[in-house]
Design a protein around this ligand. Structure first.
Ligand SMILES: Nc1nc2c(c(=O)[nH]1)N[C@H]1C(S)=C(S)[C@@H](COP(=O)(O)OP(=O)(O)OC[C@H]3O[C@@H](n4cnc5c(=O)[nH]c(N)nc54)[C@H](O)[C@@H]3O)O[C@H]1N2
Ligand SMILES: Nc1nc2c(c(=O)[nH]1)N[C@H]1C(S)=C(S)[C@@H](COP(=O)(O)OP(=O)(O)OC[C@H]3O[C@@H](n4cnc5c(=O)[nH]c(N)nc54)[C@H](O)[C@@H]3O)O[C@H]1N2
Ligand code: SF4
Ligand SMILES: [Mo]
Length: 874
């Protein structure tokens, strides 16, 4: 670390990479990976690398707003407390709710939970982790007695076989992917298997890819359990510590492997590899959790590790990777409606009593609160009359999102704490509370392997923004619980929390960080990353290698599991299985990554991955738009025709919103169907119909100022010089010139027009003081212009902008693959061809692509593989 740098943690995923931040004194931030952080050892992915592009104040919410009017904090918090107080007085504690987030810091989260469960006296606090980790939490608790991740990141490198199931690690946990890739390069005998209905970027590392039928994971892992037994890999000694083996095996044997729709030879190879390899780690994520059988999928995986005793020892174990930066911390503080703080149980009277005493709590619920889907349905029915939403955007990210929107529209009182007022959810709030953002706030987060890291404020709080923990503590004081919420710093909150964990340790539970309860403010300031548990006698390490579990009997539980298909069946009306998920360079609802031009260049538009055979049958041509309908909603997306998806299956990203592409809010199509055990929604297996969207026109536009097309379909993205948008409509405007003037709201300046009404094409460019302000390209078919090139012209002289492309001798670089150096796909393909490049490293040497953060390396490998008769070498 050099002078002027501050250690912190990346804002995004659960890998929890350490970053070194250097403020430039003008609001900007230089970011690099922390070589000493155990999660990343200096690496960062494209999102972490470009954090500096997301901290400007554009679109920030800078003061509280009540019913559209700016108010001071005193009025804001008093209103919030009064509305909650009155609602509770009239309708009881269960008529209010908090909906929070796995992106809150531990200190924020702890206070939210303490408020609701200890003082309001309801358990109506749930979190977006319900949409994310709930099935894993349920699976862990059923098998282990507690929600414990047994292993550590080092296991991924020490394993001889890494199985990645329902995880697109290359895009969603890129630094872990890079760590595995490096381990495999060093030890080529290491094997990687990817289990995913889609062929993802992660498959570039795979020795085997199993494109299983959506939702068929239980059948697959049941088959594996049976193969473990026939293959002689059952660990009888370890089974002394496990209950339920016989029943689990008997049920597994009856389960039909045909449900996976996998080639028997592929199954044989996978089973053989797993059975024969002692050091195996099974990594799983949302393809497992987000399912109506999510908890069973988790237990089916755990069954195999328990039967073989491959758990909690170096290089072995099941490994649930967490999504959000503090998804793990949220589970620890008891942020879910069915848990208590420090992994204690709401149904356990001893746990409740101990917590009540520790908090000197006024009122404690005895039963679970409403889980996310039920919570918003209760809002819709008017049973929950006041809700405070903190650090999450449910009007976009919840299933049946239009119903969630309608529920919030009809709710008596909605408060939203966010860094921006420009989200689909914030627009529905009566009260908006400005939160300090990632680089402006301090606290702790816990990553996927139980490592607690400090996040540190390096930029001043803008305007009147206040940290989430402060908002919660102040609310608690205004509610009349002055002593219980008398916190003046995150360090004080952390000490109380660490002290509380000694109680759960006393109950013999896993989560115990009592060794950190006496940290001074200075110690907390300096705190280095540390893996829990942290007690007088123990620091970090793995769980369960010793065969001791946290169930009443002390033994692990294997479960007998019967496969269930996704809840909705495809049929004549909705023939497609709609899968949803993430792309490499955007984070969820894009409120932060969407500000970065570099990140927005990778995939600038929402899309639907569709198999070529289906596209052909539906007469959908490349780059056409498609209408996707489900029983719950409708959307319009760009067709991306690819054999990465199977026939009958389609995939759409979850990121676009009313702010960026209103017709692409994909959760409007997802049914509010949940896993019966965990309450986690089935976000990966909706049903849908797909049709060609009959566009009367297609358009592409760039401008230096933000603009919003009026059209059936539009998608807007940031560029280095301004904004770009794709749009399309079924009917043509009467006058394109008037439309263009209206669109860009430019007055004055010069306008150049190139219009061929017979062919339906129209082009306009607006210059002011010799610089291009805006340009519009319209055509009856998807507009063929060099998009990145035109986007780069905004703000320059650009006399030939209307040509839409470089001269014939200058090729189109194509869409960006490497966001760090802005290298386009065509540039890479041409270099591969012309220079005979044979490896990802050779591409890096020739073009720099892939040599900084490395997030695009899987895509570079795929480009190499695309060219016939070549061996792609990573
Ligand atoms: N770039 C980026 N990274 C992120 C995030 C982000 O928004 N952007 N978000 C973070 C968060 S909060 C999370 S939770 C993680 C999520 O990380 P991942 O879970 O890796 O990401 P997803 O794309 O949601 O889904 C993973 C895969 O599950 C597959 N899948 C679908 N159905 C099934 C099935 O039935 N069985 C199996 N085995 N697989 C299936 C999908 O095809 C998809 O490729 O990512 C984190 N990292
Ligand atoms: N169809 C489908 N839906 C899904 C998923 C899927 O795979 N498919 N995945 C689900 C999963 S795993 C997840 S985790 C969710 C994520 O979904 P959300 O949590 O709804 O998505 P985010 O965009 O991360 O929302 C975070 C919000 O917090 C704001 N914010 C940023 N920093 C701060 C801060 O410091 N304080 C406060 N108060 N606010 C801040 C941001 O501006 C943003 O509005 O989506 C779920 N929904
Ligand atoms: S892998 Fe990328 S997004 Fe995740 S914590 Fe590391 S740098 Fe941040
Ligand atoms: Mo998540």
């Amino acid at each position: 670390m050099s002078a002027g740098e501050v250690r912190s943690t990346c804002a995004y995923c659960g890998v929890g990479c350490g970053v070194l931040l250097r403020p430039d004194g003008a609001g900007g931030l230089a970011v690099r990976g922390d070589p000493e952080h155990p999660a990343n050892l200096g690496r960062l992915c494209s999102k972490g690398t470009n954090l500096g592009e997301t901290v400007d104040l554009e679109d920030r919410l800078l003061h509280p707003v009540l019913n559209g009017t700016r108010v001071d904090w005193d009025t804001a918090i008093e209103t919030l407390a009064a509305r909650f107080r009155d609602t509770i007085a009239a309708h009881g504690p269960d008529s209010v709710a908090f909906y929070v987030s796995g992106q809150l810091l531990t200190e924020d989260y702890y206070l939210a939970n303490k408020l609701m469960k200890g003082f309001i006296g309801s358990a109506n606090i749930d979190t977006n982790s319900r949409l994310c980790m709930a099935s894993t939490v349920a699976g862990h608790k059923r098998a282990f007695g507690t929600d414990t991740v047994p292993g550590t990141y080092e296991d991924l490198e020490e394993a001889d076989l890494v199985v990645l199931t329902g995880s697109n690690l290359a895009w969603c946990h890129p630094v872990l992917f890079q760590r595995i890739a490096a381990a495999k390069a060093a030890r080529p005998d290491m094997r990687v298997v990817v289990i995913d209905p889609r062929r993802t970027a992660t498959c570039d590392l795979a020795d085997l890819h199993l494109p299983l039928a959506p939702g068929s994971d239980v059948a697959l892992f049941n088959g594996l359990l049976a193969a473990i037994q026939t293959g002689g890999a059952v660990n009888d000694a370890f089974l002394e510590n496990v209950d339920g083996f016989d029943a689990a095996l008997a049920t597994a044997r009856q389960s039909d492997l045909g449900l996976t729709a996998l080639d028997p030879e592929l199954l044989r190879q996978f089973f053989q590899l797993w059975v024969r390899t002692e050091k195996v780690v099974t990594v799983y994520s949302q393809g497992v959790n987000q399912s109506s059988s999510g908890s069973d999928k988790v237990n089916a995986i755990l069954n195999c590790h328990l039967a073989t005793g491959r758990i909690g020892r170096p290089g072995m174990g099941p490994f649930s990777v967490t999504g959000q930066p503090n998804a793990m911390g949220g589970r620890e503080v008891g942020g879910l409606a069915n848990t208590l703080a420090c992994h204690m149980d709401i149904e356990n009277p001893d746990h409740r009593q101990a917590l009540r005493q520790f908090w000197d709590a006024e009122a404690m619920p005895e039963k679970q609160g409403l889980k996310a889907v039920d919570m918003f349905q209760a809002v819709g029915r008017g049973e929950i009359r006041a809700i405070w939403i903190i650090h999450t955007n449910p009007a976009v990210s919840m299933p049946d999102a239009d119903a969630v929107k309608a529920a919030l529209e009809g709710c008596d009182f909605v408060a939203v704490s966010d860094v921006t007022g420009q989200t689909d959810t914030a627009r529905l709030a009566h009260l908006l509370l400005p939160a300090t953002g990632w680089a402006e706030k301090s606290g702790t987060v816990t990553n996927s392997d139980r490592t607690i890291s400090r996040q540190r404020a390096v930029l001043p709080a803008p305007g009147e923004a206040r940290p989430d923990w402060w908002q919660l503590a102040e609310f608690g004081r205004r509610m009349g619980w002055a002593q219980a919420f008398d916190f003046t710093s995150p360090a004080e909150v952390f000490r109380e929390y660490a002290a509380l964990s000694s109680i759960s340790g006393g109950f013999g539970l896993d989560f115990d960080i009592s060794g950190l309860q006496d940290l001074s403010d200075a110690d907390y300031d300096q705190m280095a990353p540390v893996r829990w548990p942290v007690t007088a006698g123990r620091k970090g390490g793995r769980f369960f290698g010793d065969g001791r579990f946290f169930t009443a009997s002390g033994k692990a539980q294997m479960l007998a599991l019967t496969p269930r298909p996704p809840q909705a069946s495809t049929g004549k009306r909705y023939p497609f299985r709609l899968n949803t998920g993430r792309i490499r360079d955007q984070w969820h609802t894009m409120t932060r990554t969407g500000k970065s031009a570099k990140l927005s260049g990778h995939l600038a538009e929402p899309f639907l991955e569709l198999h070529p055979a289906d596209a052909k049958a539906l007469k959908i041509t490349p780059s056409a738009l498609v209408t996707v309908t489900s029983p719950h909603g409708r959307s319009i997306l760009r067709a991306l025709i690819t054999d990465r998806v199977q026939p009958g299956e389609v995939f759409a990203p979850m990121h676009w919103t009313g702010e960026t592409a209103p017709s692409a809010r994909i959760d409007a199509l997802v049914a509010p169907v949940t896993d019966p055990v965990s309450g986690q929604p089935e976000s990966k297996a909706a049903v849908a119909a797909v049709q060609r969207y009959d566009a009367g026109f297609y358009a592409f536009a760039v401008a230096t100022q933000r603009f919003t097309p009026q059209a059936d379909y539009w998608a807007r993205a940031r560029t280095a010089q301004g904004w770009r948008a794709e749009f399309a409509g079924s009917s043509l405007p009467e006058d394109w010139t008037a439309y263009a003037c209206d669109l860009f709201q430019l007055d004055g300046g010069e306008m150049q027009i190139l219009s061929d009404l017979r062919r339906g094409t129209f082009r306009a460019a607006f210059h002011r003081e010799g610089r291009l302000q805006a340009a519009l390209f319209v055509a009856p078919e998807p507009v063929a212009v060099m998009r990145d090139y035109i986007a780069g012209l905004a703000g320059t002289e650009a006399p030939q902008a209307l040509a839409g492309r470089l001269g014939a001798d200058q090729p189109d670089p194509g869409p960006v693959i490497c966001s760090c150096f802005g290298v386009g796909v065509n540039t890479i393909l041409t270099a591969i061809e012309d220079q005979g490049l044979m490896s990802v490293d050779a591409i890096g040497a020739a073009l720099q692509a892939g040599t900084n953060c490395g997030s695009c390396r899987p895509e570079l490998a795929e480009l190499l593989a695309r060219l016939p008769a070549r061996e792609a070498a990573e």
